[in-house]
Every structure is written in structure tokens, then in C-alpha cells.
Design a protein around this ligand. Structure first.
Ligand SMILES: *[C@@H]1O[C@H](CO)[C@@H](O)[C@H](O)[C@H]1NC(C)=O
Ligand SMILES: *[C@@H]1O[C@H](CO)[C@@H](O)[C@H](O)[C@H]1NC(C)=O
Ligand SMILES: *[C@@H]1O[C@H](CO)[C@@H](O)[C@H](O)[C@H]1NC(C)=O
Length: 180
């Protein structure tokens, strides 16, 4: 009986190994898996991988994207995060109750407002494969977030949105740098 089992087992083992190999061979054809793997391996090269992954995965296009396309999505996400942050700062300006707070919030708003057309030009530069110019436009937003945060430490909501914008733009810069 024992002899019988030991005769069969190697055959089962071989069949199992072949079928595992067969499955692995065909896995990369599944675009969703490839995309998810690319998102993760790309984001691992950034400073804030978790933020990077969640930003990229919020766009369904990321799952079928190559690295170039994925990078453009990262720049797009940075641009929309900037606009979102600008809107929050605009609300904070209207809500400001003392002159000093109002003053620095206006400063933040203006800096962010200037960054919007800049990053839009950065997206156009990206499409002309001027990745270094695109990088500079994202870097400008990152610097704006640093500048605004330096002034806004008294407002927790501002600290929170500035940090999110800082992290996403930092990650986007690191991904962009993989292209040039
Ligand atoms: C990446 O995909 C885009 C389409 O989204 C395509 O135009 C481009 O040639 C691809 N780049 C590479 C390096 O395969
Ligand atoms: C601004 O004030 C309004 C009304 O007081 C409030 O509903 C809103 O949440 C405030 N916005 C922010 C960003 O604090
Ligand atoms: C923001 O910039 C736009 C141009 O992009 C300008 O028309 C608008 O007046 C600016 N808003 C503020 C509040 O400065």
C-alpha cells in the first residue's frame, strides 16, 4: 500500500507543478493584475507608497496603464488635489475671524491659485514628453504646500490638506523622475 502511494505521488506532484507553472505563465495577460502590480512596484519607489497607491487606484485607468500613462495619471491626481485644496483654502479665507489668519490664508490661496495654470501647463508639457518641465510644475505645487503649511500651523484642517497635497506631489515627482 505504501509502495503504491509512493508510486503515484511523484506523478501528482509533477502534474501539480506543471499546472502551477501553466497558471503563472498566463497570469500576466490579465491586465488588471499587471496594472495592480505596476501600481504597487511604482509606488514602492516613492516616499509615501500608501498615499500613492490609493491616489492611483482611484482612477480605473491606472489598472491598464503602462508606466508613462500611470505617471500622467499621477500628475492629473496632483492637479485635482491642488484644485480641491484651493477650494478648501478659499472657504477658510471666508471663514477667517482674525486679520492675521485671514492674511496668511489669502497668501496660501494666491499661491495655490497661481499653481493651477502652472500644473495645467505641466500636463501639456508631459504630452510633449517634456517630463522635466512637467516635474518642475509639480515641484512648484509641492513648494506651495510647504509655504502654506509653514504659515498655517494654527489651523488643523489646513495642516491636514497641505500634508495630503505635499505627499501626493512628492510621490508624483519621484514617479516622474523615473521617466527622465
Ligand atoms: C504607453 O501607453 C500609451 C497609451 O496609453 C502609448 O501611447 C505609449 O506608446 C505606451 N508607452 C510605452 C513605452 O509602451
Ligand atoms: C465655514 O463656515 C461655514 C459656516 O459657518 C461652515 O459650514 C463651514 O464648514 C466652514 N468651512 C470650513 C472649511 O471651515
Ligand atoms: C485665480 O487665477 C485666475 C487665473 O488663473 C484668476 O482669473 C482669478 O482671479 C484668480 N483668483 C484669485 C482669487 O486670485
Amino acid at each position: 500500500m505504501a509502495n503504491h502511494i509512493s508510486n503515484i505521488s511523484p506523478k501528482i506532484l509533477i502534474i501539480t507543478l506543471i499546472s502551477i507553472g501553466f497558471n503563472n505563465y498566463f497570469l500576466p495577460i490579465d491586465a488588471e493584475e499587471t496594472g495592480k502590480a505596476l501600481i504597487e512596484s511604482t509606488c514602492k519607489k516613492t516616499q509615501y507608497p500608501e498615499e500613492c497607491i490609493s491616489a492611483l487606484e482611484s482612477d480605473p485607468g491606472s489598472f491598464t496603464a503602462n508606466l508613462t500613462r500611470l505617471t500622467r495619471i499621477a500628475v492629473e491626481k496632483s492637479a485635482s488635489k491642488l484644485v480641491e485644496t484651493l477650494h478648501i483654502v478659499e472657504t477658510l479665507v471666508l471663514n477667517a475671524t482674525d486679520y492675521l489668519t485671514w492674511g496668511f490664508l489669502v497668501n496660501c490661496r494666491d499661491t495655490y491659485n497661481i499653481s493651477v495654470p502652472q500644473i495645467q501647463r505641466g500636463l501639456q508639457a508631459f504630452d510633449r514628453l517634456k517630463f522635466d518641465k512637467s516635474y518642475e510644475s509639480v515641484e512648484a505645487v509641492n513648494n506651495a504646500a510647504i509655504g502654506c503649511d509653514r504659515q498655517g500651523w494654527t489651523l488643523p484642517i489646513l495642516t491636514q490638506v497641505n500634508r495630503a497635497l505635499f505627499r501626493l506631489t512628492k510621490d508624483t515627482m519621484m514617479i516622474l523622475h523615473l521617466l527622465f
